[in-house]
Design a protein around this ligand. Sequence first.
Ligand code: FES
Length: 127
Amino acid sequence: TEVTYLNYEVLSDRGWSLDDDDLFEKAAAADLDDADYGQFEVEGDRSLLEAAEDSGHAWPFACRGGACANCAVAVTDGELSQLVDHILPDELTDEGIRLSCNGKPLTDTLEVVYNLEQREDLADLKL
Ligand code: FES
């Protein structure tokens, strides 16, 4: 699976929103750092967080067990499984928010906004 990622901090810096239909087009055109925007592959049975780490990225996490929401991402295109989720309320999963520590891609391509722990409703959930 090829993952295209974008740092949530960029959204706040630039006044972009998760609801923007052209969010990833704008990101692609914005000459962002590799830490903030880019692509990597998820191989085999790796979780999204593990694959990000395999590719040299330091994404937020704490428990790695579906209980803290530090690792939350917004899936804007594609599907990410969720084997363990003890923390996210339905209104956030309905929005496409998933836990990268145990989420595995179910589609050939995936677009995610990571670093969602910065978002106020998620910061409130964190342990
Ligand atoms: Fe805690 Fe993923 S790292 S829920």
